[in-house]
Write a protein that binds this ligand. Structure first.
Ligand SMILES: Cc1cc2nc3c(=O)[nH]c(=O)nc-3n(C[C@H](O)[C@H](O)[C@H](O)COP(=O)(O)OP(=O)(O)OC[C@H]3O[C@@H](n4cnc5c(N)ncnc54)[C@H](O)[C@@H]3O)c2cc1C
Length: 415
């Protein structure tokens, strides 16, 4: 394969969120930069983030609280976030014509609500700073001499860079190009790679009633998880029913814990549609509703007792009660059964969805092998690492992309 003659100051492998900001920053500092991307276009994953709206960062003002979201990596991140933090993300995008808005739970999006606009800002940043871009070009290997990367071997010839940033991402949604290629080379270069597992991922369930509610949001509920009948943990919020099970932020952010529970035994869950009331209070509440609607049938009143759109399916879980029964002729036992059901809707958990549905994959390069002041590898002197390549745990809510902006910008500064 041909050898390209140009010697670049830096070569970035991977044109995702972290690779683009890293390449643009290095170019801005006057470096001769080459960005190599195996897809035909840049930012494939970025364009599908946040359901196409791109939850670009999390505007948590308290740095401690923010960094606590990154689990064991918290202590490593004070220095990088002091160099490029949330305000820097706001400045970066807003100064380039992309205003941001913060919604509930500090989740921040472009005001245009378009992930494609975030990608466009980064592409302009690359162009403005004269970054050379080669797409449809897969890196197949890297060679090392004297503890430095000497050549980048690709499907379009070999390239030489004085420094190299590996920004090839993790393993979630492999159709976007994140197929874990970087982990193979990094392992060969002496880095410890923690095996990636899907994280922030929907949950598979056995129950037909959940599948019958595909597309329905169960709002303001509490879900409680059990292993072999023993209560483990609960969370409150909204659930999204899908054709394979449960999704939505509440479930996505429980998936790591559920994955651990699945190792312990049989996992089940219950959904409580009225977490603010105990059984007695709920029964009283239902009696009041029934008293005010004496001549209505149960099927016409159930909508007032359960999340919107779920009444018919939930009633089908009570085969002994005829939905056409007038509420004033329901027996006490039937009413109690209804109350119990609404407090403990049964769910059987069969597993988690795979990498193809995961927002991130846990695992990656051990963070003790990276200098977070510069994002330089401790193993290879001219190598820098960014974004999902790093083994950093985090919930959904903009924390992943913020990590890309922070680590990418710093790597671009340091090369
Ligand atoms: C459906 C979904 C929604 C998400 N929504 C959000 C959200 O709203 N907010 C948030 O904070 N995070 C979100 N994330 C997570 C976020 O997208 C990632 O953390 C982020 O994109 C990682 O960026 P990266 O630069 O590390 O890698 P990636 O974006 O994965 O980019 C890696 C790039 O490297 C390229 N590449 C790989 N191997 C090679 C090779 N051999 N040669 C050349 N190029 C190669 C790939 O083609 C790819 O373009 C979401 C993820 C998914 C899957």
């Amino acid at each position: 394969m041909s050898q390209h003659n140009t010697i670049y100051d830096t070569i970035i492998i991977g044109g995702g969120a972290s690779g683009m900001i890293a390449a643009g920053r290095a170019g801005e500092l006057g470096k001769r930069v080459l960005l190599i991307e195996k897809n035909k276009t840049l930012g494939s994953k970025l364009k599908i983030t946040g359901g196409g709206r791109c939850n670009i960062t999390n505007n948590e003002p308290d740095l401690r609280k923010l960094l606590a979201q990154y689990g064991d990596a918290e202590q490593f991140l004070y220095s990088p976030f002091s160099q490029f933090g949330i305000q820097d993300t706001f400045n970066f995008f807003e100064n380039r014509g992309l205003p941001l808005v913060t919604e509930a739970r500090n989740r921040t999006f472009p005001k245009s609500q378009k992930a494609g606009d975030v990608c466009a800002v980064l592409i302009q940043y690359l162009e403005k700073n004269n970054v050379e871009i080669i797409t449809d070009c897969a890196v197949t290997n890297v060679t090392v001499d004297n503890n430095t990367i000497s050549q980048i071997i690709t499907t379009k010839g070999n390239f030489v860079g004085k420094s190299v940033i590996i920004a090839t991402g993790g393993l979630s949604h492999p159709e976007t190009g994140s197929t874990g290629d970087g982990f193979n080379w990094l392992h060969k270069l002496g880095h410890t790679i923690h095996t990636p597992t899907p994280n922030i991922v929907p949950i598979k369930v056995a129950d037909q009633w959940i599948k019958d509610l595909t597309g329905t949001k169960l709002t303001n509920i509490k879900i409680t998880f059990f292993v072999d009948g023993k209560k483990k943990f609960s969370k409150e919020g909204d659930l999204l029913c899908t054709h394979f099970g449960l999704s939505g932020p509440l479930v996505l952010n429980s998936s790591k814990q559920v994955s651990d529970l699945l190792q312990e035994g049989l996992v089940t869950a219950t959904i409580d549609c009225h977490p603010d009331k105990n059984l007695g209070e709920l029964e009283k509440h239902i009696i009041e509703i029934f008293d005010n609607n004496k001549n209505k049938s149960l099927k016409n009143i159930i909508g007032e007792l359960v999340p919107k759109g779920s009444g018919r399916v939930i009633l089908s879980l009570l085969p002994t009660i005829d939905p056409d029964t007038k509420v004033n002729s329901l027996t006490k036992e039937a009413r109690k059964e209804l109350v119990r059901l609404i407090k403990t809707l049964p769910v059987g958990i069969t597993g988690l969805m795979g990498f193809d549905r995961a927002v991130v994959a846990d695992g990656g390069v051990d963070i003790t092998e990276v200098d977070f002041k510069t994002m330089r590898s401790n193993k290879i002197s001219n190598l820098f690492l960014t974004g999902d390549v790093l083994d950093i745990e985090r919930p959904s809510g903009g924390f992943s992309l913020q990590l890309c902006w922070t680590t990418g910008y710093i790597a671009g500064n340091s090369v």
